[in-house]
Design a protein around this ligand. Sequence first.
Ligand code: SF4
Length: 323
Amino acid sequence: MLPKGANLQKIRNGNKTYAVTPHLPGGFVKPEVLEKYAQVARKYEGTLKLTSAQRIMITNLKAEDIEAIWAELGMQPAMGFANCVRSVKVCPGIAFCKRGKQDSVKLGLELDRRYIKKEMPSRMKFGVSGCPNSCSESVIKDVGVIGTEAGWDVYVGGSAGSHPRLADKLAESLDYYDTLRLVDIVVRYYQKYADIERVGQFIDRIGFAKFQADVLAEFNGTGAVESTVTASTVSSEKLTPMPGALTEGTLVVGDPITQGSVIADIIRIYPQTIPVLRGFGMGCLGCPSATGEPLEKAAGIHGLAVEELIVALNEVVLRGKLT
Ligand code: SF4
């Protein structure tokens, strides 16, 4: 059986080796997190490899070490399941690059927070570039944005790999909030109407003219696809849960755990909290009725101080996360 949070890499002489790839929003990594990678790779004789999605993979690992490796890293796997938002590639933008026209780090991290691992009809990749040099390869991403002097241009339907396709430009010169709003409409339109197909294949099937007309009609307030993003609510807005997605329930990746967080959501979104819950004596994590309770209620049943539990859980969640 495949070890949880690992990918099978090679089978040599009947021996399997695996890789783990933690999520690194925007490709940013703190020195202390980098040290963890090095410690784990050294201890378990892994090989470190930079990936095209701005992550660091540790490969050449043994199945029996995977659980301990995740515990020692204290990080989350980058991948949810096959058909989800797999990556948001972000260039340095105006924060760090002299050519930057827009703040790709701010927009990219917000898109990562909203959509990473969210279930989709097929795999989906985002690219956020701070200027037309497009170092995040925005035109070969399912959703790509490129900063210009005038704002953000939004592209859809790009892909690389064995069926390369250049993205179509959907809109141009949008501000930050309108970009988030348009991307949200694109994502929802794709979720609602696509079969098991990439965004580009979906566009080729229905025609870009129809795709653009439907999405922009909604964007301009005359369509039928609901967007959850508005300028006034963008900073505090939470994703609407999608059936079957990792965002279903009370938590979205990136949210802090609170007393109202449901146990099932906590362990699905942040599986690294399971040992913490068990450490507090909550051994009933396999029971659907028990895991359907909010943290506060579950803590009360076990005679625990919920505040103490919240601190311990969030400590594990925040470990290794860019803050
Ligand atoms: S896309 Fe532009 S802003 Fe981003 S890293 Fe490349 S040159 Fe710099």
